[in-house]
Design a protein around this ligand. Structure first.
Ligand SMILES: [Zn+2]
Ligand SMILES: [Zn+2]
Length: 559
């Protein structure tokens, strides 16, 4: 996420040197008693660098480093990696020399893969199930109408943003097209205005509840966001079952999710325990059990369907705890394989929900996940993620030829405006719920609040449907091949791509147009469900050289 001072430090070119520098001076295991002074030392270096490189205003540098320094030193003192290894893990092969990415593989059961069986279209008149999908709510407790939307901090429109100069308007009442999150009233308006989009059979809610003021968040702040927003969701959705997933902003410091072998005060138990309590009425005991241990779970919301909620922080490039050990953290992927095999054995279908999309993950995690998806293509009926804040998708292909589309992950847009977007949410139409239903996505709809209209004096907020996927893109169905075809149609059809670009930003695209390099990069992201795989975009630049294809590798945008 752009506001993360240390994450930005990791990504800047000077960082490899910083890694080496800090390692040379960090205490080794015999001197762990010196940890306190190391914390101070690392903190002062990081603060100096943050200010020197003008990564954030000095006060933000100071607070962010204070939040991170203790956990970061804990990780470094436990880490068995050399500086170049650590840098390679975080930045990829351009930085470190040690290829951590190819170092682990989960094992698949000896059961042979059944022949691929694409789902049959449902019979005319078959029941259709509606799933409400909420993601990236990012509630800002300190949002304040009239404050500066373009302040110097990483998050604005809030008490500490100050007032804008007389030449510019202040933050709007319902939200703002800027680096701002949402006031509680906008989330309340979203939830209270769901009527026309419903009724819903269930809700998937994929995390990032707190705001982006990541330089100044206590555990208490994060828990207040969890309980306040959970209570709001319960109030408006009543008896509809809600199935949450853990986002990268739930913790503090942001992205800090130690694997379960870290115990005591550094562990995530303060967070997972609170989640288990807040979500107790939605989840069965066995789901609450694994949630408490690793922030993930599985349950059967209806006969024939298994829902798996993954904690994608264990795949994250920005989770610094993975420096200690990045091999299948918490054993989550091996557990996923067990769940999928059991579902295959029972003849059940599976939905996966999670926060960070698989194409954004650390290489080894991402490649293993891709392999699992390919193995269980007949069983896996849907994949649903968030985190990028924009409206997009990731197509999965068979591993042998990288040509046959076999699954698609839908990346739904955020509720928050961060950065420069309309508030919004998604509804999926699913084949179900009846005996033998395929549980695949039949279509989806996206709803927004047009902020320009809503912030007019005297206006009443009006949540409207922005578009329906199949109708807008002329898709024969919503199966993987249709999304694959759409990408290649958009390559040559400027008007179609402009429609996608408009909807990608929830009806509020940036003022600068998206030219050919931007278009190809965006389309490449839709083909890249596996990270560090330039081959997936090879057909986008037919005559292009490999470096051209590599330059198309997607980057995270607004999360
Ligand atoms: Zn987010
Ligand atoms: Zn996120």
């Amino acid at each position: 996420m752009p506001g993360t001072v240390l994450a930005t430090l990791y990504r800047s070119s000077q960082v490899c040197e910083v890694f080496s520098l800090q390692y040379l001076h960090l205490p080794n295991e015999e001197h762990l008693g010196e940890k306190e002074s190391s914390v101070e030392w690392v903190g002062s270096i990081a603060t100096k660098l943050c200010k020197l490189l003008k990564i954030a205003p000095p006060a933000v540098c100071q607070s962010t480093v204070q939040l991170f320094e203790d956990d970061v030193v804990e990780v470094w003192t436990r880490s068995v990696l050399s500086p170049s290894e650590a840098c390679g893990l975080l930045l990829g092969s351009t930085c470190g020399h040690w290829d951590v990415f190819s170092s682990w593989n989960i094992s698949l059961p000896a059961v042979p893969k059944p022949a691929p069986q694409p789902p049959k279209p449902p019979a005319p008149g078959a029941p259709v199930s509606r799933i409400l999908f909420l993601t990236d709510l990012h509630w800002d407790h300190d949002y304040l109408e009239g404050t500066d939307p373009d302040c110097e901090n990483p998050l604005c429109c809030r008490q500490d943003s100050g007032l804008p100069p007389a030449s510019r308007p202040g933050a709007g009442y319902w939200g703002e097209y800027s680096k701002c999150d949402l006031p509680l009233r906008t989330l309340e308006s979203l939830l209270s205005g769901l009527g026309p989009a419903g009724p819903f059979d269930m809700v998937y809610w994929t995390g990032d509840i707190p705001a982006h003021n990541i330089w100044h968040q206590s555990r208490q702040d994060q828990l207040r966001a969890l309980t306040t927003v959970t209570a709001l969701v319960k109030k408006f959705l009543g008896p509809v079952p809600v199935y949450p997933a853990v986002g990268n902003h739930e913790s503090t410091p942001v992205n800090g999710f130690p694997p379960p072998f870290i115990e005591g005060n550094h562990s995530s138990s303060w967070l997972y325990e609170a989640m288990a309590k807040a979500w107790e009425s939605w989840l069965p005991p066995e789901a609450l059990h694994t949630l408490r241990i690793g922030g993930f779970y599985a349950l059967s919301p209806r006969p024939g369907l298994r829902l798996i909620s993954l904690n994608m922080n264990f795949c994250s490039r920005e989770n610094f705890w993975l420096l200690i050990n990045s091999t299948d953290p918490a054993g989550q992927l091996q557990w996923l394989v067990g769940e999928l095999q059991a579902a295959e054995d029972r003849g059940d279908k599976v939905h996966i929900i999670g926060h960070i999309p698989p194409g954004h993950c650390l290489k080894s995690w991402s490649w293993n996940y891709y392999r699992i998806v390919a193995r269980y293509e007949n069983t896996l009926a849907g994949q649903f993620f968030g985190h990028t804040h924009v409206d997009e998708f990731e197509v999965f292909y068979d591993e042998e030829t990288l040509s046959r589309p076999l699954s698609v992950a839908f990346l739904a847009p955020s509720a928050t405006t961060y950065i420069g977007l309309n508030p919004g949410y998604r509804v999926y139409q699913i084949d179900g719920n009846y005996p033998g239903s395929s549980h695949v996505v039949l279509d989806h709809e996206t709803y927004i609040l047009n902020l320009t209209q809503a912030n007019e004096p005297g206006a009443i907020p009006h949540w409207q449907r922005l578009y329906r996927a199949r109708e807008t893109y002329g898709l024969p169905n919503a199966l993987p091949a249709a999304w694959h075809d759409l990408v290649y149609r958009m390559r040559g059809d400027t008007q179609l791509f402009q429609t996608f670009w408009f909807l990608y930003h929830k009806g509020h695209p940036p003022s600068e147009p998206c030219g050919m390099p931007c278009r190809l990069t965006t389309l490449c992201a839709q083909l890249s469900a596996r990270s560090d795989s330039p081959a997936l975009c090879r057909h986008l630049v037919p005559d292009g050289s490999l470096p051209d294809v590599q330059s198309l590798q997607p980057r995270p945008s607004f999360c």
